[in-house]
Design a binder for this molecule. Structure first.
Ligand SMILES: *Cc1c(COP(=O)(O)O)cnc(C)c1O
Length: 515
């Protein structure tokens, strides 16, 4: 099989057949085959009884409908079953450990859900005048205050709706600040271990991306940064702890070098879970950092709910924050600045607006509920436990898998490479697929790109020792099985999933968006 330079197979996987066992229904036990809604539906079926509309004059004049609407028709019980059956094919944090490195798949506490469903928060409408939603406004301000306290920064833009969106917001503020200085800096430095969203954000905003190689120990070398700094450099984007799970010890030196060269320091805060209550990014010289509420602060990910990526800004960037934003007066009172004009009247220069309204209200409620229920000491403890869990996994697997950077303690996640699979015929991908048969969602694979065949594990503080032990036992079993020459079993995996291997490259390049 052909591999790219990080060891990820690039050739299409041979088409697997017999995705389902040979039963009359195609079901496998209570694992029920489910067609697409559009395949299952019938145009004449409906879950609701409508009165016959009778004769009416279409208001669109000559624009008469020539074909049926093509919506799937199902009865209410059929609709219900469709979604419940699909939900059973999903893996979720509520089902089991979710070791997806750099994603902080932690438990979503039920208390958060109860708070978010309070009608005053759940039913608030974005077009309501702020004066009629004083409680919601206060909640956003209070969450902003916690974020500033935890990060040691000057100002916060609450509206971005994901980490990547927050990056866009922070980097747009940097771009505006540079334009305001009358400078034309168009280069952004991005280390090799960075998440793909970093270079993508910089490129999207028209910056040229220049890579910074990683040192042999997985961290960024300040010397390599210094070599690339110059009057054309707008910013460096750095993640700390980085995506190798290592704390960038030279971060202050790097920040100072960037500042001395007139550049800004954007910190990717996706890995904040490792350091909450331990170190404040503001003290490290950070100018802008997004915070993934859906990672560090326990709000649901993906299908469980929208993301939220507030961005904290330094004094130097605060004037350029997008409207609307929260500002805190000398007396600590919160002020919402809603329009560019209102911002301009206060001597501020917002780069614009990044969302229509104030952000993800439901996620703000959940994140604040998480913070208040943990308290300052609890938040620090969560970080410590997350780091402890990752180091426990590292210590218990170090003899059967290869830790990429064994010399340094891991932070909240531990990175393995594929040297332990050398000569076995098993790839990282095969190994991950075998985990599915064992009932686990695989870890992050082939990322970061700085090591070969990466396996990045982030257990989070949510897991008990018993849960970690079972996970470790499973990985040890698979590692030993690979070494015992059972490559065939790995190549056939997953055998027990609703679908076996699909051609991911083809699916990404030529997505079939119609059935
Ligand atoms: C998750 C992640 C992002 C992007 O955040 P989203 O909320 O998924 O947009 C950026 N950088 C790193 C290191 C991440 O782990």
């Amino acid at each position: 099989m052909t591999m790219n330079n990080v060891g990820r197979p690039t050739a299409p996987v041979a088409a697997e057949t017999a995705a389902t066992a040979s039963t009359f229904t195609g079901n496998r036990g209570l694992d029920i085959e489910e067609p697409l809604l559009f395949e299952a539906g019938r145009p004449d079926a409906t879950g609701v009884d409508f009165e016959d509309a009778g004769a009416f004059e279409p208001r669109l004049g000559t624009l008469a409908r020539t074909a049926p609407v093509d919506l799937p028709g199902l009865s209410e019980p059929e609709t219900m079953r469709h979604y419940v059956r699909l939900s059973r094919q999903n893996y979720a944090i509520d089902l089991g450990l979710y070791p997806l490195g750099s994603c902080t798949m932690k438990h979503n506490p039920r208390l958060n859900e109860a708070m978010a469903r309070l009608p005053g928060f759940a039913d608030v409408h974005p077009l309501q005048p702020l004066s009629t939603a004083a409680g919601a406004v206060e909640l956003i301000a209070e969450l902003g205050r916690w974020l500033l306290e935890l990060t040691g920064m000057a100002s916060v833009a609450m509206s971005p709706k994901a980490g990547a969106h927050g990056e866009m917001c922070g980097m747009a503020a940097i771009k505006a600040a540079i334009a305001d200085r009358g400078e034309a800096r168009d280069v952004v430095l991005v280390p090799e271990s960075a998440h793909g969203t970093n270079p993508a954000t910089a490129a999207q905003l028209g910056f040229r991306v220049v890579g910074v190689p990683a040192r042999a120990d997985g961290t960024v070398d300040p010397e390599e940064v210094r070599k690339r700094l110059g009057p054309e450099v707008a910013a460096i984007m750095l993640t700390n702890p980085n995506t190798c799970g290592l704390f960038e010890r030279d971060i202050v030196e790097i920040a100072e070098a960037a500042h001395a060269a007139g550049a800004y320091f954007y910190a990717d805060g996706a890995n904040f879970n490792a350091i909450v209550g331990k170190v404040r990014p503001g003290d490290l010289g950070v100018d802008a950092m997004h915070i993934n509420l859906h990672k560090t602060f326990s709000t649901p990910h993906g299908g469980g709910g929208p993301g939220a990526g507030p961005v904290v800004l330094s004094d130097r960037l605060a004037p350029y924050a997008p409207v609307p934003f929260v500002r805190f007066g000398e007396d600590g009172a919160a002020e919402f600045v809603e329009t560019r004009k209102a911002a301009g009247d206060r001597g501020l220069k917002p780069f614009g607006r990044i969302t229509a309204f104030h952000g993800q209200m439901g996620m703000f409620v959940r994140a604040l509920a998480y913070m208040l229920s943990h308290g300052a000491d609890g938040l620090r403890q969560a970080s410590e436990d997350a780091v402890l869990a990752a180091n426990y996994v590292k210590a218990r697997l170090a003899d059967v898998m290869t830790v990429a950077f064994p010399e340094r303690p891991a932070m909240h996640e531990v990175l393995f490479d594929d040297r332990f699979l050398e000569g076995t015929g098993v790839t990282t991908l095969d190994f991950a697929k075998a985990m599915i048969d064992e009932g686990y969602h695989p870890m992050t694979m082939y990322f970061p790109l700085v090591v070969h065949g990466a396996l990045l594990i982030e257990p989070t503080e949510s897991e008990s020792k018993a849960s970690l032990n079972q996970f470790i036992g499973m990985l040890r079993h698979l590692a030993e099985k690979a070494r015992a020459g059972e490559a065939g079993a790995f190549k056939a995996a997953p055998r027990l999933a609703p679908r076996r291997r699909v051609d991911e490259t083809l699916a990404a390049r030529q997505p079939k968006l119609v059935y």
